[in-house]
Write a protein that binds this ligand. Structure first.
Ligand SMILES: Nc1ncnc2c1ncn2[C@@H]1O[C@H](COP(=O)(O)OP(=O)(O)O)[C@@H](O)[C@H]1O
Ligand SMILES: [Mg+2]
Length: 361
C-alpha cells in the first residue's frame, strides 16, 4: 500500500450491545485479508476485553492498549498476532478498568496521543479502536484522534436517542477538524415494521453518513464467537459475512484504501461469492423501496381498529379492560356456585310468594 500515514478508525456508541466489537473484529479481519499487504491492528480500549478474547483467545496481558495510549509503549511493541492475515490485536489490560479516574489518562492531550500512535517506528497502516460503551474519557480520546468514527447501531427504539447523542457528541468534539462519521445499521431483522421504520428514519436524518449495506441479524454470529472465529472465517457465504465485506469496501472507498476482495469472495470450494453479495444488496434495496417513504401516519380511511387494552389481575388471568369496567360480566365467568345460589334464590322467592298468597286469600 502506498500510504502516507496511519489511518485511525474509532468505533463508538453511547449504548452497549450495539455490535461495536463484532464490527471492529470483522472489519479488521476483512481489511487484513483484502488489503494489499495492509497491516491492521485493533486497539482494544474496552476494559471488558471482548475484542482481545475474540481475536486472540487469551484475556490477561501485562501491557497493551493502556500503554499505547498513555505513550509508554508503541502499539507495535504490545500488539499480538490473531491468526488472521495482517491482523493484530493491541490487547485490553487491567489498567483500563479504572482509567476514568487515572491522572495519567485524564491529563492526556489528544494531539499527543495521536502523535504518539503515528510516530510508531513500525506503524500499522490502519488502527481500529474498539471503544467501551458510553461517552467517557476513553471514548472521548478515541473519537478526538480518529480520522473517521464508525457508529454501529441496531434499528431499535432504545438505541435511537443514544445514537443521536453520540453523533452530537462527535460533532461537538471534532467541530474544528474535517472528520467523518459512518453509521452502520447492525443486527437488522427485516420484516419487522418498527425496525424498517427506524431504518428509514435514520437514513432520512443522516443521509450519506449511513453506510449503504445493513448488517443482518444472524445466529451464526454467536456460533462464530463460540468457535473463536470471526464470521468471515466461520461462514464466508453467510449474509453477515457478505455484509461485512461490503462494509469494508464502503469504508475503504471513503478512506481511499486499495483493497482486493477477490480472495475474500471466493469460498473454499472455489465458488465466487460476488453474486451472493449482489443479491444481498438487491434484497436490501428492495426492502427499502417496498416500505412507503416518510409518511408514517396511516391514511385517514385506514385507521387501525381500536385495540382493547387488557388488564392483568394479581394472581388472575387476563381480561379486557372493558369487561373489567362493566358490571354485566358474561355468565360463564360467574362460576358454578354462583349459578346454584341464583337458582335457589329464585325458588325461595317463588315459595315465599305462594305462602304469602295463601295467607292473604
Ligand atoms: N449481526 C449480528 N447477528 C446476531 N448477533 C450479533 C450480531 N452482531 C453482534 N451480535 C451479538 O450481539 C452481542 C453484542 O455485540 P457486541 O459486538 O459485543 O456489542 P458491543 O461491543 O457494542 O457491546 C454479542 O453477543 C454479539 O455476538
Ligand atoms: Mg464491545
Amino acid at each position: 500500500m502506498n500510504k502516507e500515514k496511519t489511518l485511525i478508525i474509532a468505533v463508538s456508541h453511547q449504548k452497549g450491545g450495539t455490535g461495536k466489537t463484532t464490527t471492529v473484529c470483522n472489519l479488521a479481519a476483512c481489511l487484513g485479508m483484502a488489503g494489499d499487504g495492509l497491516r491492521v491492528a485493533v486497539i482494544d480500549l474496552d476494559g471488558q476485553g471482548t475484542a482481545t478474547t475474540h481475536l486472540n483467545g487469551a484475556s490477561y496481558f501485562p501491557s497493551g492498549s493502556y500503554q499505547a495510549i498513555v505513550g509508554t509503549k508503541y502499539a507495535s511493541e504490545v500488539a499480538l498476532p490473531t491468526g488472521i492475515k495482517n491482523c493484530f490485536i493491541v490487547p485490553s489490560t487491567n489498567s483500563l478498568v479504572l482509567c476514568e479516574m487515572d491522572h495519567a489518562v485524564r491529563g492526556l492531550s489528544f494531539k499527543e496521543v495521536r502523535q504518539h500512535l503515528l510516530s510508531d517506528p513500525d506503524a500499522f497502516d490502519v488502527l481500529i479502536i474498539d471503544c467501551p460503551s458510553g461517552l467517557g474519557i476513553i471514548s472521548t480520546i478515541a473519537i478526538a484522534i480518529a480520522d473517521i468514527v464508525v457508529i454501529p447501531t441496531p434499528p431499535l427504539a432504545f438505541a435511537e436517542e443514544p445514537l443521536r447523542a453520540t453523533v452530537a457528541y462527535i460533532d461537538n468534539l471534532q467541530k474544528n477538524s474535517d472528520h467523518e462519521i459512518a453509521i452502520v445499521l447492525t443486527m437488522y431483522k427485516t420484516g419487522i415494521p418498527s425496525q424498517e421504520k427506524l431504518v428509514r428514519r435514520i437514513r432520512n436524518e443522516w443521509g450519506k453518513s449511513v453506510v449503504d449495506v445493513e448488517i443482518p441479524f444472524e445466529t451464526l454470529v454467536e456460533d462464530a464467537v463460540e468457535s473463536n472465529a470471526v464470521i468471515i472465517e466461520f461462514e464466508k457465504r453467510s449474509a453477515t459475512a457478505l455484509a461485512y465485506v461490503k462494509l469494508t469496501e464502503d469504508l475503504g472507498n471513503r478512506l481511499g484504501l486499495k483493497l482486493d476482495f477477490s480472495k475474500l469472495t471466493v469460498d473454499s470450494l472455489g465458488t465466487n461469492l460476488v453474486h451472493g453479495l449482489g443479491k444481498l444488496m438487491e434484497a436490501q434495496t428492495a426492502t427499502r423501496s417496498s416500505v412507503p417513504p416518510k409518511e408514517e401516519a396511516p391514511h385517514i380511511d385506514e385507521q387501525p381498529l381500536p385495540v382493547t387494552p387488557t388488564v392483568v389481575r394479581e394472581g388472575g388471568s387476563e381480561e379486557t379492560a372493558a369487561a373489567a369496567k362493566s358490571d354485566k360480566r358474561p355468565l360463564e365467568k360467574a362460576g358454578p356456585f354462583k349459578l346454584i345460589y341464583k337458582f335457589l334464590a329464585v325458588i325461595i322467592l317463588a315459595a315465599s310468594f305462594l305462602v304469602a298468597s295463601v295467607f292473604i286469600f
